[in-house]
Design a protein around this ligand. Structure first.
Ligand code: ZN
Length: 357
C-alpha cells in the first residue's frame, strides 16, 4: 500500500493517539460517539484515545495557507485506533478494540472530485487484485436530515454517479444510506467460502471536516474557498482484513504476502552452516526465510512447514551443498529438481515482486 501511495503522491502523516476533548467537540464526536471512546483525565483535562484519524488530519491541512495549486492534498495515515467495543461483540481478529486502519484524507477542489474518485476506484481495484479479490461497490446517497448545502450534495452525488458509470465498476445504489455529512461508496468482497464482507469506504465529506474545521484554500482570484474532504480506507482495519484473508486462503497465503515464504531444511546437523548461509543469501534478497536447525528428522521438518502452509521448503544435503544447489519442495507436496542458490534467489525475488494472488 505504501508503494502504491508513493506512486499516487500521498504524504504519510502520523498524528497522536492521545487527543484532547476539544477536537472531538469541534468534530461532533463528543456528543455522538463518546461512549465508544476510551477517555482519560490528565491534569484535570479530558482526553481520549483516538477512535478515528479524521479531525487530526485537518490540523495538518491548516498548518499553512493552502492555494488552489496545492490541491489535491493526499494525507495517508496508518493510525492506531481504539474503540471501546463491548466485550460481547469482540471476535477473533475481525472485531478488536485496538486496530490499525489504512486511512487517508484527501482534500480536493470541487472540480477535481471526479478525477480523484476515478483514481481512488483504481487504487481499490489494484490493491484487491494482489489477493485475487474483486471489489463490488454500493453508492449510498443523501439521507433525510443530512447537513450541508443541498446544491453541493446534488453536485457531489452527480460526480460520484458519473465516475462509477465511467469506470464501469459494478455497483448498486442504496438510496438515503449516506452519512449525515457525506455521500459514500462502500466496498464489498466475497471470500472463498462465498461470504460477503463489507470492507472499506470512500466518503465525500461536504460538512464534517470542511465546515466544522473551517478549511479553506485560496482560489485564483484570491478568494477563500471550501475544499471537499474525501475519507478513504481500502482494507479498513488491517487486523480484520488479515483475519478475513487467513480464512479466505485457509492459511495458505500467496507467496508474496506469506509471513514465512521459505524454510531451509538441512538434512543433518552437519548441513546447518550451509543452511544458514543459504538463509542469509535469500534474506538479503528480501525473502522472509527461516532455517530449521532443530534435531527433528528431515521428513518431520518438511511436514511441520507444510502444516504451517509455508510456500517452499528448501532441502540441503551433501550432494546439494557440494553443487551449491538446493532441492525445492512446495507446500502442495510437489518436488522440483535441484536448482542453484543464485537462480533460486532470482526466481523467488521475482515471484515476490509480481504480487500474484
Ligand atoms: Zn476520516
Amino acid at each position: 500500500m505504501r508503494e502504491l501511495q508513493d506512486r499516487r503522491g500521498y504524504q504519510e502523516i502520523a498524528t497522536p493517539v492521545l487527543v484532547s476533548r476539544k477536537l472531538w467537540e469541534q468534530s461532533g464526536h463528543w456528543d455522538h460517539y463518546a461512549e465508544n471512546m476510551f477517555r482519560l483525565l490528565i491534569e484535570g483535562q479530558d482526553y481520549s484515545l483516538k477512535p478515528m484519524n479524521c479531525p487530526e488530519s485537518t490540523i495538518v491541512y491548516r498548518s499553512r495557507v493552502r492555494s488552489y495549486r496545492d490541491l489535491p492534498l493526499r494525507f495517508s495515515e496508518y493510525g492506531r485506533l481504539h474503540r471501546n467495543e463491548r466485550s460481547g461483540v469482540l471476535h477473533g481478529l475481525t472485531r478488536v478494540r485496538h486496530f490499525v486502519q489504512d486511512d487517508a484524507h484527501l482534500y480536493v477542489r470541487p472540480d477535481q472530485l471526479g478525477d480523484e474518485l476515478q483514481a481512488l476506484l483504481g487504487e481499490v481495484a489494484e490493491s484487491y487484485s494482489w489477493f485475487g479479490l474483486v471489489p463490488r461497490f454500493t453508492f449510498a446517497t443523501k439521507p433525510d436530515g443530512a447537513l450541508g448545502d443541498p446544491a453541493l450534495w446534488e453536485q457531489a452525488e452527480e460526480i460520484i454517479h458519473g465516475t462509477l458509470e465511467r469506470t464501469g465498476s459494478p455497483y448498486t445504489v442504496k438510496p438515503k444510506d449516506g452519512t449525515f455529512y457525506a455521500p459514500k461508496i462502500d466496498i464489498y468482497i466475497d471470500d472463498a467460502l462465498g461470504r460477503e464482507w463489507q470492507m472499506a469506504t470512500i466518503q465525500v465529506d461536504l460538512v464534517m471536516l470542511p465546515e466544522r474545521f473551517d478549511l479553506t484554500y485560496i482560489d485564483e482570484h484570491g478568494e477563500a474557498r471550501r475544499p471537499m474532504a474525501i475519507h478513504r480506507a481500502i482494507y479498513g482495519s488491517l487486523e480484520r482484513f488479515i483475519g478475513i484473508l487467513t480464512e479466505h486462503f485457509a492459511g495458505a497465503f500467496p507467496f508474496w504476502c506469506a509471513p514465512v515464504q521459505a524454510v531451509v531444511v538441512p538434512i543433518a546437523s552437519r548441513h546447518n552452516d550451509a543452511a544458514r548461509e543459504l538463509g542469509a543469501l535469500l534474506r538479503d534478497r528480501g525473502i522472509r526465510v527461516e532455517v530449521d536447525e532443530s534435531d527433528s528428522r528431515m521428513q518431520n521438518k518438511i511436514r511441520l512447514a507444510q502444516e504451517q502452509k509455508v510456500p517452499y521448503m528448501l532441502v540441503l544435503g551433501d550432494r546439494e551443498i557440494e553443487a551449491r544447489s538446493v532441492a525445492v519442495r512446495t507446500r502442495a507436496g510437489e518436488q522440483e529438481p535441484p536448482v542453484g542458490w543464485e537462480t533460486l534467489a532470482d526466481r523467488l525475488a521475482a515471484e515476490a515482486a509480481a504480487r500474484r494472488p
